[in-house]
Design a binder for this molecule. Structure first.
Ligand SMILES: *[C@@H]1O[C@H](CO)[C@@H](O)[C@H](O)[C@H]1NC(C)=O
Ligand SMILES: *[C@@H]1O[C@H](CO)[C@@H](O)[C@H](O)[C@H]1NC(C)=O
Ligand SMILES: *[C@@H]1O[C@H](CO)[C@@H](O)[C@H](O)[C@H]1NC(C)=O
Ligand SMILES: CC(=O)N[C@H]1CO[C@H](CO)[C@@H](O)[C@@H]1O
Length: 322
């Protein structure tokens, strides 16, 4: 990062809370189209959240067309043709992790489409898998069963929370303690209540949009702009070589460092994109039935492959700035 706007230790607590600082950054990684295969590693691992999923490796994903790239787009989907045996593995899907790690940075995700459907649980997030939760976790986009809006959340080691009031953000805080050992690891989440097109079918109906994260040692901000939103900052939407986040307006979610030393609760993180089914959140029977989805989550996922035709991510680009 260059030119941090609020750099003075003495004034920081005041400014971090009342002023959304912002800074300028330069493009360091531009991930577009076939470039996703170089930037990411496929993780064919058992889903840690007990999903009804079978994460496949890159060769399998490409041969089954679960990932598909051209020079300017990347698609990542789940199997939508196979009826599953209830005693066999879950639905084939994909989980990818960046080869590069990032500390203070900005990432802009230009996404025309995200997975939708009953039982789906898509996520775009950042963590250090080998050092969780001490290395921190930021869930940028995450939700289940098409229910919008959804939320952006931090999960950390103890002694990290967000203020209960006085935070300038468009969304609505859920819990304030980010510690994974409290509230059943719910984390400190902010629902993107300002925009019901931020997730699921609403997002896809408008051609999606841009999610962005800015992580500094003073705050973590998340923005969402709908496609066609005239107020979306042109440096973010055009993939400019340099950006200035001080012009990006009030974030959807804002996590200041007032009650959390972000520098010690977050280390170098990878970006991870995954699509699972059911599992600890989407398949929780109360959550699943409250979303108006039919039958039982695992039965539905096993027996209705065509319900997952729209269970895919499409990315125009991911731009990283440092
Ligand atoms: C693979 O998926 C892409 C994107 O949905 C589609 O355009 C293409 O036709 C598919 N290829 C095959 C061989 O099915
Ligand atoms: C909790 O974090 C604060 C800074 O946010 C620090 O001053 C304090 O020493 C920490 N407490 C513990 C027990 O680590
Ligand atoms: C992705 O994996 C992480 C942890 O392994 C989990 O927190 C997240 O909810 C998962 N989501 C999906 C869609 O697999
Ligand atoms: C986990 C979570 O907060 N999911 C929520 C997504 O948004 C809907 C609508 O506000 C909530 O009902 C869900 O609980």
């Amino acid at each position: 990062m260059k030119f941090p706007a609020a750099n003075c230790g003495l004034v920081l607590p005041f400014f971090a809370r009342s002023v959304l600082a912002g800074a300028t950054y330069s493009l360091s990684d531009s991930i577009v189209g076939e470039g996703f295969y170089n930037a990411f590693t496929f993780e064919a691992i058992p889903d840690p959240t007990n999903g009804r999923v079978n994460y496949v490796d890159q060769a399998t994903a490409q041969s089954l067309n679960l990932t598909y790239a051209t020079s300017n787009t990347f698609i990542m989907r789940a199997d939508d043709t196979t009826v599953l045996s209830s005693s066999g593995p879950g639905r084939n899907s994909v989980r990818i992790r960046t080869n590069n790690q990032y500390t203070t940075h900005v990432a802009v995700f230009n996404m025309p489409h995200m997975p939708q459907g009953c039982g789906t649980w898509p996520a775009v997030w950042e963590t250090s898998e080998s050092n969780w939760p001490d290395g921190g976790e930021v869930d940028i986009v995450e939700g289940v069963n098409n229910v919008e809006p959804n939320q952006s959340t931090l999960h950390t080691s103890p002694n990290c929370s967000v203020p209960a009031s006085g935070v300038t953000q468009l969304g609505t805080a859920v819990y304030t303690d980010c510690d994974t050992t409290v509230n059943g690891n719910a984390g400190c989440g902010v629902k993107l209540t300002e925009d019901y097109n931020s997730f699921g079918p609403g997002f896809n109906n408008i051609g999606g949009g841009w999610y962005a994260i800015e992580r500094t040692n003073n705050y973590i901000s998340i923005w969402f702009w709908e496609r066609g939103d005239a107020s979306a900052p042109s440096d973010a939407t055009s993939g400019a070589a340099t950006i200035d986040t001080s012009n990006w307006g009030t974030p959807a979610a804002y996590f200041p460092n007032t009650d959390c030393d972000l520098a010690t609760h977050f280390d170098a993180n990878n970006i991870i994109i995954n699509l699972t089914f059911c599992g600890d959140w989407a398949g929780n029977s109360a959550v699943y039935s409250a979303s108006g989805c039919p039958s039982d989550c695992v039965d539905y996922v096993d027996n209705n492959p065509t319900a997952f035709t729209d269970a895919y991510f499409q990315f125009n680009s991911i731009h990283i700035y440092e």
